[in-house]
Design a protein around this ligand. Structure first.
Ligand code: B16
Ligand code: MG
Length: 219
């Protein structure tokens, strides 16, 4: 394995703000069983797979449904979510993300995507970032969802970088737990109150300098 650092980006909430689209789509789905998802509950869905998210929502709503209905609900939530995704453009890339990727690439650091989303490749195409990643690991490639570290360990393996030399950018509680369990350096983007288990917390990429990233010590 190379000693060089590798950088692993989560997608939803880190590269693009699709978390708000997931929220709207889950909320709409909840109308089917008179359940109104709160923002605090939505926070617990960040980084969590589609199936696990629907299970949590049904649990909160106290609703039991057949497998057939479950599959239909998961499908219909995704169809609704994709209507928002269809309107995305490169303008939707969050502040500072593009320049961070460009700087890492010009320093020849390998970069990967590590997302729970099965829609990740399509979203990256929509915002014009698909070709920037050396490796893409998404919800189609993993069997265990975050907080399990599988997604990040697969990314490190395909990058050819040891986990201790990987740095993960995440916005979700479950995602930071996954990065920590993988033995990687975790950098949270978001609320320090929610993401206090991360090694570092920032509000946005605009606060993170390339010098800070390249000088990080391995775990
Ligand atoms: P999909 P990330 C996660 O993406 C989202 O944070 C989470 O809210 C969503 O349920 C999950 O992807 C699955 O997404 O329904 O598109 O397959 O944050 O890991 O990039
Ligand atoms: Mg995320």
């Amino acid at each position: 394995m190379k000693q060089q650092k590798g950088f692993i980006f989560d997608l939803d909430g880190v590269i693009v703000d699709t978390a708000k689209f997931h929220f709207l789509a889950w909320r709409k789905l909840g109308e089917n069983f008179n359940f109104q998802l709160t923002e605090a509950q939505n926070e617990q869905l960040k980084g969590v797979s589609r199936v696990d998210s629907l299970n949590k929502i049904l649990n909160w709503a106290g609703v039991e449904i057949s497998q057939e209905e479950f599959d239909r609900f998961a499908w219909s939530k995704n169809e609704n979510y994709l209507t928002y995704v269809a309107q995305m453009t490169p303008e939707d890339i969050l502040p500072g993300v593009k320049s961070t990727i460009e700087k890492l690439k010009s320093g020849s650091y390998p970069i990967a995507l590590g997302s729970a989303s099965k829609n990740a490749p399509g979203i990256l195409q929509k915002v014009g970032l698909f070709d920037q990643f050396d490796v893409i690991i998404d919800g189609n490639s993993v069997s265990k969802a975050k907080p399990d570290p599988e997604v990040f360990l697969q990314a490190a393996n395909q990058l050819g970088v040891a986990p201790k030399d990987c740095i993960v950018f995440e916005d979700a509680h479950a995602g930071i737990t996954a990065a920590n369990s993988a033995g990687m350096t975790s950098i949270a983007l978001g609320d320090p109150g929610i993401l206090s288990h991360a090694d570092y917390v920032f509000n946005t990429f605009t606060e993170i300098t390339i010098d800070f990233l390249t000088q990080l010590q391995s775990k």
